[in-house]
Design a protein around this ligand. Structure first.
Ligand code: SF4
Length: 248
């Protein structure tokens, strides 16, 4: 792996650790005694597939550039951090190379938002499409959907990804206005509703047509931060809450 790719991987795997849609992650144990293994900052985490298997994933961001300035996010545009971006082909190559070496069984891909929602989502979809169609990759793919992405891109994403997720981010509309005033809650709820309908439709079609295409067969999930605005208790009702970050 080139130094440039290695540096991007280090930055974008570290930035992805805040997307906690997985059951475990790396720890801080370093290999500083020339021993075996290294659990530090690997960018590899685990999740469960629709049939209950635990699989290891390469978990990265496509980019940590972002046009938004959400107060709770390390990738926010006002944060003074080094910015990098993978190309679509670089993510595809990393996934295939890691898969062939048995490091991973799938990919978890999220992203900061460059230019706009569709511009970013189109790149995430292209990664999954290339993996499925050019490399005949049958491993697990989880794509984070970009809030505000079009229904057409959500539809295409569902044809290639096993699981899609849209982050609700903050449980209340007022909280979101306070911490991420540029964001609109409708941009999160809209894609979630679209996915819900498309998943149900695809399941129905497969009951009568055995070869009807799969659509996000592992379903959709979401993630939110509790406590960022002093909101400690909330009854949650969403398709599936995969993770909740509680701020002390
Ligand atoms: S849009 Fe997403 S990546 Fe960008 S600052 Fe907000 S939470 Fe972070």
């Amino acid at each position: 792996m080139s130094d440039a790719i290695s540096e991007k991987l280090k930055i974008l795997a570290d930035a992805a650790k805040y997307d906690v849609s997985c059951s475990s992650s790396g720890s801080k144990r370093k290999n500083d005694n020339k021993g075996l293994g290294d659990a530090y900052g690997s960018g590899i985490c685990h999740t469960y597939t629709e049939d209950g298997r635990c699989v290891s994933l390469l978990k990265i961001l496509l980019t940590n550039f972002c046009i938004y300035d959400c107060a709770y996010c390390v990738t926010r545009r006002s944060n003074d951090i080094k910015r990098v971006a993978f190309t679509v082909q670089e993510v595809v190559d990393l996934t295939i190379n890691f898969y062939r070496r048995n490091y991973i069984e799938g990919l978890f891909l999220s992203s900061g938002i460059f230019k706009n929602a569709d511009y970013t989502m189109e790149r995430l979809v292209r990664v999954a499409k290339k993996l499925r169609t050019e490399h005949k990759f049958n491993g697990y793919i989880h794509l984070k959907s970009i809030p505000g992405a079009s229904d057409e891109l959500m539809q295409e994403a569902g044809l290639y990804a096993d699981r899609l997720s849209v982050n609700i981010e903050i449980p209340t509309e007022q909280g979101l206005k306070l911490l991420a005033p540029e964001k609109d809650r409708k941009d999160m709820i809209g894609p979630m509703n679209y996915l819900k309908g498309a998943i149900v439709k695809a399941e129905d079609e497969r009951k009568t047509l055995r070869h009807a295409p799969l659509f996000a067969p592992a379903g959709q999930s979401t993630q939110m931060i509790i406590g960022a605005t002093g909101n400690r208790t909330k009854t949650l009702c969403t398709p599936r809450i995969s993770s909740i970050r509680v701020l002390a």
